[in-house]
Write a protein that binds this ligand. Structure first.
Ligand code: ARG
Length: 463
């Protein structure tokens, strides 16, 4: 078939130029969105009286046949198929004949591809949100089982204060909740329909854009045809959301790499999510989460790639924008694989409470010592100083903080009574952080209720 735009050309395209120009290799995965858009557009053309109802029915029937070929994996790409839009139109013409040539009336590939991309992104967002919810479910499952499992909490990767493992799990739950919310927010902006913008100046055939939007599940129509065909903000946003999600997975992964090391031993990965070494027979490596950590690099890279591509593009559509697809698809593919693997690694993770307990050090209760004084009216700054002196005294004696004698405590401050010993109880320390959002088992049970409610609501939103 002749090229869509062949009329003014007399010479063939250079072979390498054609390779560079063709996007069918990667945009073929827009087939579903492209055909959906075309079916709706055929209806709009008939509604505007540009084609007859019969012609529209022929087009729709043909488009459904093409759709069936794609769905069955039977669609054969021809050498002349430049991109998904030309491929579908070429095949449509083979099936329904010349009437196929009417489908493109008033439509440009510029508003077509912008529409396809939005439809595609919206579907991808719904799918990603489902995968994130699975990972959140895995974290919630671990949290539920570990409400009172005490472990060291860290700042600067130095032992800081005792926390519970459930609290650690739920920290990542809420991080991922924000990722879902960001994606849903991106979906709102992706839900504006560009179709009807033509190449750039708008459609001249009085098509009913509102009806078209409703048919395609868009919430509204774009207000400016120039902006509509040149806007890829939603791609950049989605890539940002993917990148930040990747950064979150990477942080979760890093914690688990550390916690699964022999030195920590807090957790053990299931064999299903670890690999061995070809040289060192004893090795069990946390590859699942290492790869999650490593993949965050390409997720960030894909965002930078698209932002850089968009920067400085003149109004309106520019062919540069064809470069939005591979980074987007790569980020989505990366997360489609990584999220379920991380979810599996979490849900099958063995927790070793004894190792967590053994890593606790009474010095981690120095804050509690200061709080003991603060409860007795000592200004916190002074209390902090006195607790620090207690740590130094214990160190100078080569003793642990909880091994100081009554006389030692008294020598530091008359406010220290014999009941200072009750402070040296990790479970008590944890239980005392009982505010909303705190690490006490009671507060965590409430947090779990909130987390479950969040998941239920998210599930409803996605339906
Ligand atoms: N394959 C193109 C893309 O992905 C479709 C739009 C082509 N439009 C054009 N005027 N050449 O951006």
């Amino acid at each position: 078939m002749a090229k869509l735009w062949g009329g003014r050309f007399s010479a063939d395209m250079d072979a390498l130029m054609k390779q560079l120009n063709d996007s069918i290799r990667f945009d073929i995965r827009l087939w579903e969105a492209d055909i959906r858009g075309s079916i709706a557009y055929a209806g709009a053309l008939a509604g505007a009286g540009i084609i007859t109802r019969r012609e529209a029915a022929q087009l729709v029937k043909g488009l459904r046949a093409v759709q069936a070929e794609f769905a069955a994996g039977a669609f054969v790409v021809q050498p002349g198929d430049e991109d998904i839009h030309t491929a579908v139109e070429r095949r449509l013409k083979e099936i329904v004949g010349d009437v196929a040539g009417k489908l493109h009336t008033g439509r440009s590939r510029n508003d077509q591809v912008a529409t396809d991309m939005r439809l595609f992104c919206r579907q991808a967002i719904a799918y990603l949100n489902g995968l994130i919810a699975q990972l959140q479910g895995a974290l919630l499952g671990q949290a539920q089982a570990r409400v009172s499992t005490v472990m060291p909490g860290y700042t600067h990767l130095q032992r800081a204060q005792p926390i519970t493992f459930a609290h650690w799990c739920l920290a990542y739950f809420w991080m991922l909740a924000r990722d879902c919310e960001r994606l849903s927010d991106c979906d709102r902006r992706a839900g504006v329909m560009p179709l009807g913008s033509g190449a750039l100046a708008g459609n001249p055939f009085a098509i009913d854009r509102a009806a078209l939007a409703a048919a395609l599940g868009f919430e509204s129509v774009s207000q400016n045809s120039l902006d509509a065909v040149s806007d890829r903000d939603f791609v950049a946003e989605l890539l940002f959301d993917c990148a930040l999600l990747g950064v979150h997975l990477s942080r979760l992964a890093e914690d688990l790499v550390i916690y699964s090391s022999a030195e920590f031993g807090f957790v053990t990965f299931s064999d299903a999510y670890a690999t061995g070494s070809s040289l060192m027979p004893q090795k069990k490596n946390p590859d699942a989460v290492e790869l999650a950590r490593g993949k965050s690099g390409r997720l960030v890279g894909n965002l930078v790639s698209v932002l850089t591509m968009l920067k400085g593009l003149p109004m309106t559509y520019d062919k540069d924008m064809q470069e939005d697809k591979e980074p987007l698809f790569d980020s989505l593919d990366t997360l489609t694989l990584t999220l379920p693997v991380v979810a599996g690694a979490i849900s099958t993770l063995r927790v070793n409470p004894d190792r967590m307990w053994a890593a606790l050090d009474p010095a981690m209760l120095a804050t509690d010592v200061a709080e003991y004084l603060a409860r007795r009216g000592v200004p916190f700054r002074e209390a902090h100083h006195l607790a620090g002196r207690a740590v130094a005294l214990a160190e100078s004696k080569g003793a642990r903080l909880d091994e100081l004698s009554d006389a030692d405590w008294q020598s530091l401050s008359p406010h220290f009574g014999p009941d200072i010993r009750s402070v040296f109880d990790f479970a008590r320390s944890v239980a005392s952080r009982d505010v909303a959002g705190g690490t006490s088992p009671r507060a965590i049970r409430q947090q779990i209720v909130q987390a479950r409610a969040w998941l239920r609501k998210a599930g409803r939103r996605s339906r």
